[in-house]
Write a protein that binds this ligand. Structure first.
Ligand code: UD1
Length: 349
């Protein structure tokens, strides 16, 4: 069976790595990897392929950045060409980026079956491009691989229950596998040299980076925190903060690879982020998290106080950071074998 995997942005490399590792051990499955080129910098893309031992993409479409319509449109056109030529029986798309959207639409219009990994997440906030991408991907796909019971319920409500399969979270698979393989050598120098506590922060979502007022409020809170704030910065955000004056406790560093971010997570006191993935990785690592958004799709992380939605509210951020580390944690994201269940599905086809 020939399966085309479509990836393009950082979180997709992390998710696809686990499934791809299993595919490689199955002679009956031939995986063809299409990289849209949505992320293209060495530390936004290449490092993930090397560190996570993902085979080099069979093709890179080199789409790069652009407005949503342009970026998605270019992807659609090029993905269609590749799918017509390669004729896979299935296409797998991951998560909620523009690469997910383009891959799902291109394949479904060619009547190629589509599998969507990480289905059923909703923020109910259509200002987020990711929300639109996931709704469309879920509705046009043929099989939905679902990470949590909550996501399963959402899909049932939308009438998609019949094509939904609860497998657990592939990001938990990846976390378990790679966290065991990180060590201090993966830490950025600034953390390796440091013996005092620090907070780990990331910001990249359009609703934060494209709104100077929000960005200012968030950085004001950072500047008033009681510890150093280390921020591996997404290139999108770097462009936007050039106008801000940063206080001395804020340390901006280059984006980290997956092993680097896991090593940094292990060492930090708490996490402040607008990333979906990092909220959960903080939860898996048992580090309290403050989410710099108006809502979260990963509602389970809120239980027992592991995660708090603090938005851009400076005073709330300063108050919440002082809360104690929760005493207990339940498990919501499966057993770390979501990829095995996904592969089992394909073997039955
Ligand atoms: C994308 C996804 C988001 C995901 C995130 C992970 C969409 C709509 N958003 O957001 O769901 O959580 O990836 O990082 O698909 N840029 C570079 N170098 C790169 C990549 C991007 O400089 O390697 C800059 C470009 O100037 C670009 C901007 O970052 O304009 C935004 O990139 P884009 O791919 O549009 O979305 P992300 O913000 O990365």
């Amino acid at each position: 069976m020939k399966i085309a995997t479509i990836v393009g942005a950082r979180p997709q490399f992390i998710k696809a790595a686990t499934v791809s590792r299993l595919f490689r051990n199955i002679p009956d499955i031939k995986e063809y990897i299409i990289h849209t080129g949505q992320h293209y910098d060495e530390n936004m893309s290449d490092i993930f392929f090397t560190e996570l031992e993902i085979p080099r993409p069979d093709i890179n479409l080199n789409i790069g950045s652009g407005s949503h319509g342009k970026q998605t449109g270019r992807m659609l056109e090029k993905i269609e060409d590749v799918l017509i030529k390669e004729k896979p029986e299935w296409v797998i798309v991951y998560g909620d980026t523009n690469s997910t959207l383009a891959g799902a639409i291109a394949a479904s219009k060619l009547h190629i079956k589509v599998a969507h990994v990480e289905s059923g997440l909703r923020s109910y906030n259509k200002q987020m491009p990711e929300e639109i991408n996931r709704i469309v991907a879920d509705h046009v796909s043929d099989i939905l691989f679902v990470p949590t019971l909550h996501a399963m319920q959402i899909l049932k409500t939308e009438g998609l229950g019949d094509k939904s399969l609860l497998v657990g979270d592939v990001m938990y698979d990846s976390f378990k596998y790679y966290a065991a393989r990180t060590s201090d050598e993966h830490l950025p120098e600034i953390i390796r040299k440091k013996d005092t506590e620090f907070y780990l922060a990331t910001i990249h979502r359009a609703e934060n980076t494209d709104n100077t007022d929000r960005l200012k409020k968030i950085f004001t809170a950072f500047s008033r925190l009681d510890k150093t704030v280390i921020i591996p910065l997404h290139p999108r955000t770097r462009k936007m903060i050039e106008t801000l004056t940063l206080s001395d406790n804020i340390k901006i560093i280059e984006p980290l690879g997956y092993l680097g971010i896991l090593a940094a997570l292990k060492k930090c006191s708490k996490v402040l982020t607008d990333s979906g993935g990092l909220q959960k990785e903080a939860f898996f690592m048992k580090k309290p998290c403050l989410t710099l958004r108006t809502e979260t799709e990963w509602v389970e992380t809120l239980n027992d106080g592991w995660n708090h939605v603090v938005n851009d509210n400076t005073e709330l951020i300063l108050k919440t950071i002082k809360m104690p580390v929760p005493a207990k944690q339940e498990s919501y994201y499966g057993e770390g074998n979501a990829a095995e269940k996904i592969v089992e599905f394909f073997l039955k086809q």
